[in-house]
Write a protein that binds this ligand. Structure first.
Ligand code: CAA
Length: 394
């Protein structure tokens, strides 16, 4: 009988190739040896995992989608999510540090010329450099068209002014893709994207933010004060910024969603073991349906979430384009909400111990929350889905 990952049934295949199994095993081993041992300490001290970034760079578990012509790994979206699940199973604070370089590279892959890709993505192949994605602002999170950072053209340059908020990896990053308005009167059609080196005069980290979860990832506020960049750093045409951001997010959301699956999987494994070991009323607590049904639901929902991620990534690889948008949002919404539910239930299975920092499940619950917020909240995913359901794009 055909089983998931090993065979084909009814013309639908869930089979992973030998290379994909090896890739996933490499990521799992890396997560076990390089990420997990540091997870608790880096979480406590909000340590940026520069050492793990360097090791991931060495073994090829970061910058997964850089084209081969630049020396990159050029992995498919599907292969990327196999890696991301394992890294985030290790620790989603460290996992996000690694995976967010894909988000930073996204706009350059979507809209960069060959020269721009060589200039900004080429160095990522040779060195463990981080970039960051500068979309969110203090007053414009979900409402991307409300961005108030401006980029004013003067000759062959742009002068950028404004603030960016909650920017993943901004602290250690070498450059930021900054979305700014080049024409306020045009709303979303007036947004443009620029690659800005972080050492540009006028670009400063205003604050490293103190987070509830995923604390090993640097999340910072960035200020732009008369920061000057060459016009050659603009990605696409003036006014393309909104669509570049949306196309990037369409690609990255399944990769982020699977990170939530990795967190949920970690919590589920812990809850399963604990339910078998913990004895109350003379028997393992797993013998109670109240507990075993919680674990059964975890297993079911994690599998459903994983399959939604696989499907969305597969559609991206098949070139579905805009038709994959809805599926990326299905994956992001369902996986994030599943991770929140599974990790909360895992704490419940552990009872009082689960609430203690001494046990790993409270961290997973804190970490899971962010998946419902970043790269578009669960409510924004529903908004995207509703728009696509009611007004499908051809
Ligand atoms: N691909 C291409 N074009 C798209 C698109 C897509 N996926 N989605 C929308 N568009 C187009 C629309 O067709 C429309 O085109 P026209 O102007 O030609 O008609 C235009 O873009 C505007 O679209 P909407 O009317 O749908 O725009 P909106 O203002 O209602 O906003 C939104 C849509 C979905 C709410 C969007 O603003 C959004 O995704 N918000 C969430 C932002 C987000 O995810 N932020 C996360 C930041 S990154 C982060 O958190 C990551 C991290 O640090 C780790």
């Amino acid at each position: 009988m055909a089983t998931l990952e090993t065979g084909v049934a009814g013309g639908v295949s869930f089979a992973l190739t030998d290379e994909q199994r090896e890739l996933r095993a490499l990521a799992r081993e890396f997560a076990e040896k390089e990420i997990r041992p540091k997870a608790a300490e880096y979480d406590e001290h909000q340590t940026h995992a520069a050492d793990v970034v360097a090791k991931a760079h060495e073994v090829g578990l970061i910058n997964l989608h850089i084209p081969e012509r630049l020396g990159g790994l050029d992995l498919s979206a599907f292969d990327g999510i196999l890696v991301n699940e394992e890294l985030n199973w290790g620790c989603s604070g460290i996992g996000t540090t690694l995976c967010a370089n894909g988000l930073a590279a996204g706009p350059i892959l979507v809209a960069g010329t060959e020269e721009q890709q060589a200039e900004w993505l080429g160095p990522l192949v040779s060195e463990p450099i981080l970039g960051c994605f500068g979309l969110t602002e203090p007053g414009a999170g979900s409402d991307v068209s409300g961005i108030s950072t401006t980029a004013v053209r003067t000759g062959d340059e742009y002068v950028i002014n404004g603030s960016k908020m909650f920017i993943t990896n901004a602290g250690p990053a070498s450059w930021i893709v900054c979305f700014a308005s080049t024409d306020r009167s045009k709303g979303h059609k007036g947004l443009s994207a620029f690659v800005v080196p972080m050492d540009t005069p006028g670009v400063t980290i205003e604050k490293h933010l103190d987070k509830m979860g995923q604390r090993a990832t640097d999340t910072s506020a960035v200020a732009f004060q008369d920061a000057v960049v060459p016009a050659a750093n603009r990605l696409g045409e003036e006014g393309d910024g909104f669509k570049i951001a949306m196309q990037t997010l369409d690609f990255t959301r399944p990769g982020t969603a699977i990170g939530a699956v990795g967190v949920a999987q970690a919590a589920y494994e812990l809850a399963l073991d604990y339910a078998k070991e913990r004895v109350q009323f003379g028997m393992p607590i797993a013998m109670n349906q109240g507990v075993s049904f919680l674990v059964a639901d975890m297993a079911t929902e994690i599998e459903a979430a994983r399959l939604l991620c696989w499907q969305a990534a597969w559609m991206i690889d098949q070139g579905y384009g805009r038709k994959a948008t809805k599926y990326s949002s299905f994956a992001k919404r369902f996986s994030a909400d599943t991770a929140m539910k599974v990790t909360t239930d895992a704490v419940q299975v552990f009872g009082g111990y689960g609430y203690m920092k001494e046990y790993p499940v409270e961290k997973l619950m804190r970490d899971a929350k962010l998946f419902q917020i970043y790269e578009g909240t669960s409510q924004i995913q529903r908004l995207v889905i509703a728009k696509e359901v009611f007004l499908p794009k051809e």
